[in-house]
Write a protein that binds this ligand. Structure first.
Ligand code: 4NP
Length: 174
């Protein structure tokens, strides 16, 4: 029996700028490589439920050939910690917010502490911006939105190369 695709969740604060960009760019490179990986995104906050990505994010992504218009914002929920094999934080605050949420659920006896091992930074393997945060562009300028795309492209290609070199990572229990 074929196992189900490896599940990746991209996480930022609002789920309207960085994580939807990361989702679409990661999907693009995963598809090019033909890897069995499914990708979604969410925010640690509930600031923009059901909202389309920020118009500036959409504009700069479109200029680079990525369509984000069909995506809608949502907050990370408890079920995400069951579903996703890998949860990619865009910056260190997103990472510590996720760690706090997981710790809280572990302490209540609702989650296994091993879920913590599924957390990583989007930039984990990125050779150009190694383990650097993808800075929040929300209160920034055009160059900040362009930088999000450049970092997501570099980081996503690095994850795809990592999975190609370590295909066992993608093997899930059926
Ligand atoms: P994101 O950017 O976390 O990359 O989606 C933000 C979007 C909205 C806000 C902050 C950051 N906000 O404060 O509403």
């Amino acid at each position: 029996m074929a196992s189900s695709p490896y599940q990746v969740l991209c996480v930022c604060l609002g789920n309207i700028c960085r994580s939807p960009t990361a989702e679409i760019i990661l999907k693009h490179y995963v598809k090019l490589a033909g890897l069995p990986v499914e990708i979604d995104s969410a925010g640690t906050s509930n600031y923009h439920p059901n909202k389309a990505p920020d118009p500036r994010t959409q504009k700069f992504a479109r200029a680079s050939g990525y369509d984000l218009s069909h995506l809608r914002g949502r907050q990370v929920c408890r079920e995400d910690f069951d579903q996703f094999d890998l949860i990619l934080a865009m910056d260190d605050t997103n990472l510590s917010d996720l760690q706090w949420q997981i710790n809280h659920l572990v302490q209540k006896g609702e989650l296994d502490a091993s879920v913590m091992d599924r957390l990583a930074l989007m930039s984990e393997h990125d050779p150009k911006f190694s383990r650097q945060a993808i800075p929040d562009p929300y209160f920034g300028h055009a160059s900040d939105f362009e930088r999000v795309i450049a970092q997501c492209e570099s980081a996503a290609q690095a994850w795809v190369e990592y999975w190609q070199a370590n295909p066992n990572v993608l093997r899930r229990q059926p």
